[in-house]
Design a protein around this ligand. Structure first.
Ligand code: CAA
Ligand code: NAD
Length: 282
């Protein structure tokens, strides 16, 4: 099987790695050579970590690296069996990309989006076969977290859903849950208002950021606190998800706090930028 992964950032690199580790040939598409190299390096680093932790054998690491190709031309995904889109959380860019994938991959089993929140129907609307478009929502870090949300639009066919389940579970070894096509799907509809509440709590001086995070780690056994998690997700992604949620539900819990807007404007995007609520530069 060959899969095109469009976007080789945090999530696309993780998805590409997990596919390659599972025996799938992968073509990663990025915007320029520098981003291609960054994705390749991130996957190499993560596989090395997997080898060190005893999760990946040396042999499997080498085989996975051989299954990966990087390109700046979307045309190179032509003929792939499926595509998984993981570009930035921008609805217009994603809609345009799905139109192009629809033409390039007339026989693909499915065209999936890893969007955190954009309703799948919006991405399927301009394609010729909306029945084969669905959401496959992976979680960060993809090599570590087992879940994939399978999101069905009102036009997605049963066959597409079956194929996506088969791919996520049998091929990639992931656990799936099903969601209807509502902004944020199941997990982010619950998680994002919680993280935004933590940002508001910190912004208002209610508590120090370290105390908010320590409170949720030590008091509720979360693996990390909400502000550290915001940094892991990326504040630009968090902002975009909050906007999609608000657009759909008009619930005040999804309104982005002013501090989040200011941090994104300042380029303080979290771990990937070296600084967010915390400093990762050293
Ligand atoms: N690649 C490969 N392996 C990795 C990895 C990566 N990027 N990150 C961690 N690991 C592995 C490590 O090898 C380690 O395995 P061993 O202990 O067996 O060696 C294991 O995962 C734990 O890693 P660490 O010991 O370095 O760190 P940790 O125990 O503090 O865990 C964490 C780090 C996995 C990020 C953990 O803190 C965690 O799960 N945090 C919560 C993450 C979360 O909630 N993600 C969901 C975000 S929301 C989302 O994704 C949806 C959206 O649309 C926004
Ligand atoms: P990111 O900023 O790390 O990576 C996005 C990548 O897309 C960048 O490298 C960018 O160069 C590339 N890109 C932009 N336009 C492109 C195009 N036209 N063609 C090819 N590549 C293009 O973002 P991310 O965190 O990887 O998020 C990607 C998607 O996954 C978003 O839809 C996001 O909502 C979703 N998601 C994110 C997380 C998370 O925790 N960060 C979790 C689940 C889902």
């Amino acid at each position: 099987m060959r899969v095109g992964v469009i976007g080789g950032g945090l999530m696309g690199s993780g998805i590409a790695e997990v596919c390659a580790r599972s025996g799938v040939d992968v073509t990663v598409v990025e915007v320029d050579e520098e981003r291609c190299s960054k994705s390749q390096a991130a996957i190499g680093k993560s596989l090395d970590r997997g080898v060190r932790g005893g999760h990946v054998s040396e042999e499997d690491r080498s085989a996975a690296l051989e299954r990966l190709a990087f390109t700046t031309s979307l045309d190179d995904v032509e003929g792939a069996d499926a595509a998984i889109e993981a570009i930035i959380e921008d609805e217009d860019l994603k809609r345009d990309l799905f139109k192009r994938l629809d033409t390039l991959l007339p026989d693909a089993q499915f065209l999936a989006s890893n969007t955190s929140s954009v309703p799948i129907m919006k991405l399927a609307a301009d394609t010729s076969k909306p029945d084969r478009v669905l959401g496959m929502h992976f979680f960060n870090p993809v090599p570590v977290l087992p879940l994939v949300e399978i999101v069905r639009s009102i036009m997605t066919s049963e066959q597409t859903i079956d194929r996506a389940h088969q791919f996520a579970e049998a091929t990639l070894g992931k656990t799936t849950i099903d969601s209807q096509d509502r902004a944020g799907f199941v997990v982010n509809a619950l998680l994002i208002p919680y993280i935004l509440s933590a940002v508001r709590m910190y912004e208002s001086g209610f508590a120090a950021k370290e105390d908010i995070d320590r409170g949720m780690v030590k008091g509720c056994a979360h693996p990390m606190g909400p502000l550290a998690l915001a940094d892991l997700i990326g504040l630009d992604t968090l902002l975009a998800v909050s906007q999609s949620l608000y657009e759909e539900f008009r619930d005040p819990s999804s309104v982005a706090p002013a501090l989040l807007n200011r941090m994104v404007e300042a380029g303080l995007l979290g771990r990937k930028a070296g600084r967010g609520f915390y400093d990762y530069s050293s």
